[in-house]
Design a protein around this ligand. Structure first.
Ligand code: ITT
Length: 200
């Protein structure tokens, strides 16, 4: 039987990207919107850890939080942790406007995944480097997908299906790492338990 973890997100696209990744580790996820407390911080790690621990304390259920941002080199990493707000106000068109006439198109997505699964608290990060295109391409995905082309790809994220995006994406990297660490942590805690039972 698969172990269930509640994915705290209101973003259906993120859920669809993460869902196939966790089966490989013997888990399934259920989307749980409306419980994510987002603090303001320059650090995605702090934002995600705070949200995950806060939800765990309230709900006492296994929790996954994944937070991401787009960091544009020519804009000194903007919008970074503020990506959600900037996207809602300016869209990807706003980023294209800010980069009009700018030659350096380098950018990266960063992702942080945090899992609270008693007794384990896991944090893992993932990054993907690429470029901001001159105009949007593709209509899949969400957010800045139409203007982000990962390194070694001819396509933007919005021209890829989920399976292909997961080969490159920041999110797939941090989620896989987090579930790998979680599997190790669970095994270690079971080993410890059986050792201490032996000496009772
Ligand atoms: P949550 O409910 O999980 O917080 P969200 O949409 O706010 O969902 P994030 O905080 O992780 O997601 O991401 C912030 C913004 O960064 C998001 O709204 C997008 O505009 C952008 N973003 C993050 N990951 C992306 C991706 O894979 N492709 C395109 N844009 C992305």
């Amino acid at each position: 039987m698969l172990n269930k973890i509640f994915f705290l997100t209101g973003n259906k696209h993120k859920f669809e990207e993460v869902e196939p990744l966790v089966y490989d580790f013997g888990f399934k996820i259920e989307m749980l919107p409306g419980h994510k407390l987002e603090i303001q911080s320059d650090s995605l790690v702090r934002i995600a850890e705070y949200a995950a621990l806060n939800a765990y304390m309230k709900l006492e259920k296994p929790i996954l939080v994944e937070d991401a941002g787009l960091f544009v080199e020519a804009l000194n990493g903007f919008p970074g942790p503020y990506s959600s707000y900037v996207y809602s106000k300016l869209g990807f068109e706003g980023i294209l406007r800010l980069l009009e006439g700018v030659e350096d198109r380098g950018a990266r997505f960063e992702s942080v995944s945090v899992i609270v699964y008693k007794p384990c608290i896991i944090t893992a990060t993932g990054k993907v480097y690429g470029t901001i295109t001159e105009k949007p391409y593709g209509n899949r995905g969400f957010g800045f997908d139409p203007i982000f082309k990962p390194k070694n790809s001819e396509k933007t994220f919005a021209e890829m299906d989920i399976h292909e995006k997961n080969k490159y994406s920041h999110r797939a990297r941090s989620v896989r790492k987090a579930f790998q660490k979680l599997s190790e942590c669970i095994k270690l805690s079971r080993d410890r338990e059986s050792i201490s039972l032996k000496y009772l």
